[in-house]
Design a protein around this ligand. Structure first.
Ligand code: FE2
Ligand code: FE2
Length: 149
């Protein structure tokens, strides 16, 4: 059986959790910090873009799910702003870890909310065949974005 949209999204959430965990354990100005930050940043941005296309745009079309979709997209913007702050902070500066922890808190909260509230709500609004076809759309969009790195 092919994967549903929610399974595909959760798999990429786990990638983000793992990258965050590893990033927070790096020491200042190490090659690992730079490598992991770049990967995490790309994963977060690609996922948000592809998820908006495959999940939040369809959710915005229905009254039942519109408000939740708007809330999640607003959080994607907050995550983007935290990335911009980190972009402008030296890896070796004392503030870096504080900003990185803020990013971790925000992202973990966001993933938790999606997995425990958003997906259930969206699941009620989407047909089974739609969940499978949107999974295909999400995966295709992610592959396209990752290739551009
Ligand atoms: Fe999201
Ligand atoms: Fe997500």
């Amino acid at each position: 059986m092919s994967k549903t949209l929610f399974e595909a999204l959760r798999e990429d959430h786990d990638i983000q959790r793992e990258l965050l965990d590893k990033l927070l354990k790096t020491s200042s100005d190490s090659p690992d910090r730079d490598r992991l930050y770049r990967r995490l940043r790309a994963e977060l941005q690609h996922h948000a873009g592809a998820e908006e296309r495959a999940l939040y745009i369809p959710m915005m079309a229905h009254d039942l799910t519109q408000e939740k979709a708007r809330h999640s997209v607003a959080e994607h913007h907050e995550i983007d702003e935290l990335l911009e702050t980190l972009d402008g902070t030296d890896y070796a500066s004392p503030g870096w870890l504080t900003h990185a922890r803020n990013l971790e808190d925000k992202v973990l909260h966001h993933l938790e909310e999606e997995e425990h509230e958003v997906f259930q709500l969206a699941g009620r609004g989407l047909q089974d065949d739609q969940k499978t076809s949107l999974a295909g759309e999400y995966k295709k969009e992610m592959a396209r974005r990752r290739e551009q790195d």
